[in-house]
Design a protein around this ligand. Structure first.
Ligand code: ZN
Ligand code: ZN
Length: 207
């Protein structure tokens, strides 16, 4: 009996003919790839790289498009460089399980150095950190990210902005200690014009 040409979905157990499957490679699919990886992890399937041969079924494809559309309609949705890692449950560098979370200061430091947003749940082994609890400088270039629509939960955003404000105020290039008031940052958190405001801070810090 002739073998039919069947492809397996990257996310779910579906195995279907090629005409019912959708490719994942390509810059235009960055959002889809990030969501597909998350869903694969959620289905407790082993991590594999996305390549030319990777396909998802039409049903998973429709569902991901719905998720992207919903994200983009959410007024709290931002387009950010978001850290990608093999598993959200393990160390961001070596995948060791059961490590403590990175501090907010360490996440702010990564954001300022690499323009990568590291979600609150991300963990790291102690030996990847320096005396300040920041990720070692030599590890920063190796961090991977995807630019995608992302919603930072309100409380997480507020804490992050508070630490960003502290960093901005500690920086010697800022003339006035109260240049960024609590009210300023409160309004940033409320208005959600996060990226614009953050780039304003960059412009002031690194002018
Ligand atoms: Zn599928
Ligand atoms: Zn580690």
């Amino acid at each position: 009996m002739a073998m039919r040409n069947i492809l397996h979905c990257f996310i779910c157990p579906a195995a279907l003919p090629p005409r019912l499957m959708v490719r994942l490679v390509g810059d235009e699919n960055a959002d889809k790839c990030a969501i597909a990886q998350q869903r694969r992890l959620a289905n407790i399937r082993p991590i594999i790289e996305i390549n030319e041969l990777t396909r998802i079924c039409a049903s998973c494809n429709r569902s991901i498009i719905r998720e992207i559309n919903a994200l983009q309609r959410d007024p709290a949705c931002l387009r950010l460089n978001v850290l990608t890692q093999s598993s959200s449950h393990s160390c961001l560098i070596c995948n060791s399980p059961n490590e403590p979370r990175l501090s907010t200061e360490a996440r702010v430091n990564i954001f300022l150095n690499r323009d990568i947003y590291v979600p609150e749940y991300v963990k790291s082994c102690a030996h990847h950190l320096n005396g300040n609890g920041f990720l070692l400088q030599r590890l920063l270039p190796g961090l991977r990210f995807v630019n995608r629509p992302y919603v930072i939960p309100g409380r997480e955003l507020q804490t992050f902005l508070k630490h960003l404000r502290n960093t901005a105020n500690e920086h010697p290039k800022i003339d006035s200690e109260d240049y960024f008031s609590d009210a300023d940052f409160e309004s940033i958190a409320l208005s959600r014009k996060f990226s614009l405001e953050v780039y304003m801070i960059f412009a002031i810090l690194y002018r």
